[in-house]
Design a protein around this ligand. Structure first.
Ligand SMILES: Cc1cc2nc3c(=O)[nH]c(=O)nc-3n(C[C@H](O)[C@H](O)[C@H](O)COP(=O)(O)O)c2cc1C
Length: 183
């Protein structure tokens, strides 16, 4: 069993999404014996922007397909995902591999994997929040993984920039939520 752990925050040790994604991986490792964990830090070791030539290198796609569980740290930057994470997703969305088009519409081909996403957002974007219409991170990631045939799970720490106290409380709450993931 393999866990693929992806981080994409530019905030290093101060990153909330890294803190929560690590907690998810630790919980899963504690619950399952003999898990192999592969960690990719897309900020420290970025994938280049997509080019046609990049499709010839299937190593990122192969690594994703070989994993049973994928844990992703996803910070919100400018209302959406980091450019580092987008470059990773660009390598996964390959027709005939993770999805295909049929007469009845698109069909996901990557089902059977568990995807857990730790989202960190400075503001508040829950359904009735004034900024809800600017939320293009959770909605984007849900859409992308649904398209591949996967229903992702989310752990969300938000309102992190409202105040230092709020930040501590929101991260603590998200870490608490990670405990149930291994159950
Ligand atoms: C370049 C940049 C852009 C950001 N844009 C947004 C934004 O559009 N909306 C928001 O709620 N927070 C925004 N934030 C705040 C981050 O979402 C917040 O700091 C969060 O903790 C980022 O996750 P990280 O700590 O794992 O990097 C931004 C932060 C940075 C550094």
């Amino acid at each position: 069993m393999t866990i693929l752990h992806i981080d994409s925050s530019i905030n290093g040790d101060n990153s909330a999404s890294r803190e929560v994604s690590s907690s998810i991986v630790n919980q899963l490792k504690g619950a399952l014996w003999g898990e192999k964990v592969i960690h990719r830090d897309l900020a420290a070791d970025p994938l280049p922007h997509l080019t046609l030539e990049a499709f010839a290198d299937t190593s990122t796609l192969d690594e994703f397909m070989a994993a049973d569980t994928i844990v992703i740290g996803a910070p919100m930057y400018n209302f959406t995902l980091s450019t580092q994470l987008k470059s990773w997703i660009d390598r996964l969305m390959v027709a005939g591999k993770t999805f295909r088009y049929t007469e009845n519409g698109p069909e996901g081909l990557a089902g059977g994997r568990r995807v857990i996403i730790a989202i960190a957002r400075g503001g508040v974007y829950s359904a009735d929040a004034p900024a809800a219409a600017l939320e293009h991170l959770e909605t984007y990631l849900r859409g992308v993984f649904n398209f591949m045939g996967i229903e992702p799970e989310f752990v969300i720490a938000e309102g992190l920039n409202l105040s230092p106290d709020h930040r501590v409380a929101a991260i603590e709450q998200a870490i608490g939520e990670t405990f149930r993931l291994a159950a």
